[in-house]
Design a protein around this ligand. Sequence first.
Ligand SMILES: [Zn+2]
Length: 155
Amino acid sequence: MNTELSYEGVPTSELDRIRCNSYDDFGNAVVSRTSEEGGEPLRCCLTLARAGEQITLVAHRPMTVGGPYAEVGPVFVHVADCPAPVADGFPFDYRDRQAVLRPYDVAGQMLDGVVAEPGTSETELKRLFEDPAVDTVQVRNVVAGCWNFTVRRQG
Ligand SMILES: [Zn+2]
């Protein structure tokens, strides 16, 4: 089975809309803040914030197919335009983080997830995608459960 995976943050079209309107799609104003210590997971370019960067917390619904699992949750993004994520495997800044990997089928129903220890997320993802029922996997923060990005098979 093809295990080439793509890693998707907040879509560019939605980022453009949020930055242009200064509101997210759920009516929350974009409030710029300075990252003091760095380390906030950014869902625009899939990096961790560096100290001093201008970021904002907005609402995003990662699930595109709808249904009861289509949660809306908070995500940090850069206030200004930033480079698209590097298409080079599992996002580098997220490799050494513990993560919840939550798989969904094509209808958006949740399947059995796992907690990946630091350094193991990419291997765990490949294992989850060996199950043909798995359509997407959402990588999430362990404690707060916030969505980081969505993973799917390429093609
Ligand atoms: Zn960014």
